[in-house]
Design a protein around this ligand. Structure first.
Ligand SMILES: Nc1ncnc2c1ncn2[C@@H]1O[C@H](COP(=O)(O)OP(=O)(O)OP(=O)(O)O)[C@@H](O)[C@H]1O
Ligand SMILES: [Mg+2]
Length: 244
């Protein structure tokens, strides 16, 4: 599998002298889903910003191949544009021809279950529908690397679990790599091939867990003993970082 993103011993010190990351080595291959968990303020969002190229590392090296798409928790939809028009925005900015824009937008709206709500305005949507619209807007771009910064943190557990399934379905048709930050161990285990644990600031990867589940994952998996065992190991690793 080709590597779409890697950092080697990357460090990042902000201009005010805050050392956010130290010696961080992460790699994501095409088609691979990698989650990052770690204490608040340890540098997870910083790592994503660095991976996207928004900010540069101050030591070590980075490699990125192809296009990147950020997905944030705040869906930041344009309130005056319909669901369809919010989703097609990035394609319009790329000056793609209108029939192609219409075809790709319709396909993605179908995929996220929003075809019936395509003409609604953001204020007419539930929180979960807004998040779906935001996901659709990112998916329509077909990037090589997705960077997710706690995209589902504001949702109730039920919507979140459903979107976890939908996200897996959507990505199964793509060969993109994903780097996904979350505070939910269950979400990380459910979605990922690998889960990385970060230390408190300055953040570095202190542990890596291979997730032993195959491609087919349904809600029942969350209640299996193997799921509890893997989640427990990751929770233990986090507890050791910040003992009470
Ligand atoms: N622009 C900035 N300038 C200086 N320091 C910053 C800047 N942005 C973030 N930091 C600091 O860098 C550290 C890591 O911040 P970051 O937002 O990456 O953490 P995080 O792991 O995403 O936290 P959370 O889980 O709360 O979202 C924190 O100490 C933060 O205060
Ligand atoms: Mg953050």
């Amino acid at each position: 599998m080709s590597v779409v993103f890697s950092s080697t011993s990357a460090g990042l010190i902000y201009p005010d002298g805050t050392q956010a990351l130290q010696d961080t080595s992460v790699s994501v291959s095409a088609g691979e889903f990698v989650s990052i968990v770690g204490p608040s303020g340890c540098g997870k969002s910083t790592l994503l910003r660095m991976a996207s190229g928004l900010i540069g590392q101050t030591s070590g090296s980075l490699n990125r191949s192809g296009t990147v798409q950020f997905v944030f928790q705040d869906s930041t939809l344009l309130p005056w544009r319909t669901v369809r028009k919010n989703v097609s925005l990035n394609l319009e900015l790329q000056k793609i021809d209108q029939p192609t824009i219409d075809q790709r937008t319709s396909a993605v709206l179908e995929l996220v279950g929003l075809a019936d709500s395509a003409d609604k305005l953001p204020r007419q949507l539930s929180g979960g529908m807004k998040m779906r619209t935001s996901l659709a807007r990112s998916l329509v771009c077909e990037p090589d690397l997705y960077l997710f910064d706690e995209p589902f943190a504001a949702l109730d557990e039920f919507s979140r679990e459903r979107l976890n399934i939908e996200l897996r379905n959507m990505l199964s048709t793509r060969n993109a790599g994903s780097l996904f930050v979350t505070h939910s161990i269950a979400e990380a285990v459910f979605l990922s091939h690998r889960v990385l644990v970060m230390s408190p600031r300055p953040g570095t990867i202190v542990n890596e867990f291979q997730i032993p589940f195959g491609q087919h994952r349904d809600q029942d998996l969350r209640y299996s003993s193997e799921f509890a065992r893997v989640s427990g190991e990751i929770a233990q690793s986090l507890r050791e970082l910040s003992p009470l």
